[in-house]
Design a binder for this molecule. Structure first.
Ligand code: ADP
Length: 279
């Protein structure tokens, strides 16, 4: 989980230059937190395993999770700063982003409470914004306890064998799928590929496949669509829905997220998802 510090500028400063920005806002972010909140809104009973610093951003971010109904039993507060992203957005929409991991960088191992939460869960959802050692450890604990592991392989990077062997469902967009490559993806039992406005594709064990179109919506901002999709897919998977139905639920959530402007969480509630699916 990060605090995004977003400033808008007419143009980016050159090295050594100081310029005046226009607007500034702080927005809670980070894929893990966004997906946890998306899952809670989509009807899940969610515990967040993560780390924040002892700085004021840590307090704000923890309160943000609480306000969204996300459990914090597995939230570690460690000495130092919380993860932050320094974002400048220039006229025309181009941005520069500096991510400082802060407390997220301490998640190479998991404390006993975090480990037990994973064993007790119906599903574990991971992303790659914490150290790979922490993801691999969490996924290994889940797999050993028979808990399905859903990995949103983003930001995409090479995956260690131990992690690949623990993953039940990989959730990737087309670029991430290409970066990981068929050799890796074929080792994962269930593969979900998101296709933007075209929806999502599923490939299961023994070559079963499904394709689900995204509902037609008035998309105004696709930021956060992938996180809404993953959070909702996790809820559907935890309920034991067949893959095609789970993808429909997730596609509806992703589509609804695109109808909301702005940074921050744009994920829809369970009732909004159901309403869209009911047509
Ligand atoms: P990412 O943002 O991670 O690259 P995608 O762009 O594939 O992910 O979007 C994730 C999901 O959000 C899609 O599978 C789809 O369900 C939904 N989605 C994204 N863009 C649109 C759109 N323009 N219209 C409807 N649904 C969309």
């Amino acid at each position: 989980m990060n605090m995004d510090l977003v400033g808008t500028v007419a143009h980016f400063p050159a090295p050594g230059e100081t310029i005046l920005g226009r607007e500034f806002r702080t927005v809670p972010g980070g894929k893990g937190a966004n997906q946890a909140i998306a899952a809670a809104r989509a009807g899940g009973d969610v515990q967040f395993v993560g780390a924040l610093g002892t700085d004021p951003f840590g307090d704000t971010l923890a309160a943000h999770l609480a306000a969204e109904g996300v459990g914090r039993d597995g939230l570690d507060r460690v000495d130092g700063v919380s993860g932050i992203a320094l974002i400048t957005v220039a006229d025309g929409g181009e941005n520069t982003i500096v991510v400082v991991p802060g407390a997220n960088g301490t998640l190479a191992d998991l404390n006993p409470v975090q480990q037990q939460l994973i064993r007790d869960a119906d599903v574990l959802v991971c992303q790659l914004e914490i150290p790979m050692a922490g993801v691999t450890r969490g996924a290994g604990i889940a797999a050993a306890a028979g808990v399905p592991v859903l990995l949103n392989a983003s930001p995409v990077t090479a995956l260690p064998d131990e992690l690949i062997d623990a993953v039940t469902v990989a959730i990737v967009n087309e670029g991430e799928a290409a970066d990981l490559g068929d050799a890796v993806l074929q080792r994962i039992p269930h593969l979900v590929t998101t296709l933007g406005a075209a929806g999502a594709r599923y490939r299961g064990p023994e070559g079963t496949t499904a394709a689900v179109g995204a509902p037609a919506v008035n998309a105004v901002d696709t930021t956060g669509a992938g996180d809404a999709f993953t959070g909702a897919l996790a809820v559907a998977w935890s309920r034991g829905l067949p893959p095609a139905e789970a993808l429909e639920y997730a596609c509806a959530a992703g589509a609804l997220a695109t109808t909301v402007f702005g940074a921050g969480v744009s994920a829809p509630t369970e009732s909004a998802i159901r309403e869209l699916l009911a047509g």
